[in-house]
Structure formats: C-alpha cells, structure tokens
Ligand binder design. Structure first.
Ligand SMILES: Nc1nc2c(ncn2[C@@H]2O[C@H](COP(=O)(O)OP(=O)(O)OP(=O)(O)O)[C@@H](O)[C@H]2O)c(=O)[nH]1
Ligand SMILES: [Zn+2]
Length: 197
C-alpha cells in the first residue's frame, strides 16, 4: 500500500493499455470515430485521468493521519472548507463540494494537512456521499481516539444536475456525529455555527 502522498491508482497504471482499448470501444459504441484527430489521444488521457481521480485506492485512509502528537488541547478543532471531487458509484459521474471536520482531542492531535489527506483518500474513489461522511468520522474517532468528531459534507451531484431529474443547484448535505457530539446538542451547535462563519 502506497502512502497517500503518492495518491495515484497503481492498478490503472498496470492496466493502462486495456483501459485505453475499452475507452476506444466505448467511443465507437456511442457513434464516434476514435480515429479522428481530436479523439486520437483521448483514451490515453482518460486512463491518466483515472489514475488521478481513482487515486484514493492507492492509500489506506487509516494511515493518512500519519504520526499524531501528544497535546493537551481538549477543545474543538475544526478544519473546514476542504474541497473534494469524487465519483458517484451509481453513474460514475462526478460529485463535489466541501468537507468540514471538527474534533475534540483526547490528548492527541493530528497534523492539519493530514485531515485534508484523509478527505483525498476517501473521496478519490467510487463513492456515495453518506459513506464519505461516516468513513471520515469513524477514522478520526478510531485513530485519534477523539472525545468527539463531527463531519459535514456538502455535495453537488452531476447525476442529478446534468441528467436524470435535472435539478442544477440542488445540494446534498450529510452529517456524522461521534462521541461527545452525539450526546451534546450544544457541541453540535458550536461546530455548526463555526463552519457557517
Ligand atoms: N444516497 C445517495 N444517492 C446517490 C448518491 N449519488 C447518486 N445517488 C442516487 O443514486 C440513485 C440511483 O438510482 P437508480 O434508480 O438506480 O438510477 P437512475 O434510474 O439513473 O435514477 P435517476 O437518477 O433518478 O434517473 C439516484 O437516485 C441518485 O440520485 C449519493 O452519494 N448518495
Ligand atoms: Zn449518480
């Protein structure tokens, strides 16, 4: 398992020629001419893009928080507005938005950038928004043994905007609360107020 810094999908790299062949076939099957100039390099571009947008599989999300530090801060820590791009597992269409993560440490803190690396590892896959939200909350709780974790994810799903029900501008908001945040409405309210600022 590679580290999250090298977040490229190894399997795509290994299977690049096969993937390119299948993309060429799809181009034909939708009525395009894969031999025309503008499409000649498209299968290779798509394969390179897959390495990137499915790069989350190259990382173990639990390892992304890296080395944690002893620190006695036992109040709320928030990293908000972490932009993500993911692919919905139903249509393989992009969805994207922001993740907001808050936690109350229990003697151990993580590097702030590592929270964004966790988001990358969990979102650069075929996903549903609810699973992204709960996976981030569960991993934060487990790895940091945090007293509480709260995660809010906002998402705009192209499968709802550009096709199907066609509702551009509609936003999905998902939340996950663990530990103290489950039991304490005031803690949840403090977090929600701070991410709105
Ligand atoms: N809960 C959830 N649903 C999602 C997510 N991404 C896409 N979907 C939904 O997955 C569902 C798939 O429904 P289906 O009826 O199997 O597929 P479909 O015929 O293409 O559905 P429509 O999108 O309604 O045209 C749709 O309702 C999508 O809106 C997500 O992250 N979470
Ligand atoms: Zn979808």
């Amino acid at each position: 398992m590679r580290g999250v810094k090298d977040c490229r999908n190894v399997k795509v790299a290994e299977n690049r020629e096969l993937i390119e062949g299948h993309i060429r076939e799809i181009l034909e099957l939708i009525g395009e001419d894969p031999g025309r100039e503008g499409l000649l390099d498209t299968p290779a571009r798509v394969a390179r893009m897959y390495e990137e947008i499915f790069g989350g599989y190259a990382a173990d999300p639990r390892e992304t928080l890296g080395v944690t530090f002893d620190e006695s801060h036992e109040e709320l820590v928030i990293v908000k507005d972490i932009v993500y791009y993911s692919q919905c597992e139903h249509h393989m269409a992009p969805f994207f938005g922001k993740v907001h993560i808050g936690y109350i440490p229990n003697g151990r803190i993580a590097g702030l950038s590592k929270l964004a690396r966790l988001v990358e590892a969990v979102t650069r896959r075929l996903q549903v928004q609810e699973r992204i939200t709960s996976q981030i909350a569960d991993i934060m709780e487990e790895v940091l043994e945090a007293q509480g974790v709260m995660v809010v994810v906002e998402g705009e799903h192209l499968c709802m905007c550009a096709r199907g029900v066609k509702k551009p501008g509609s936003k999905t908001v998902t939340t996950a609360a663990r530990g103290l945040f489950r039991a304490d409405p005031a803690a949840r309210a403090e977090f929600l107020a701070l991410i709105k600022e």
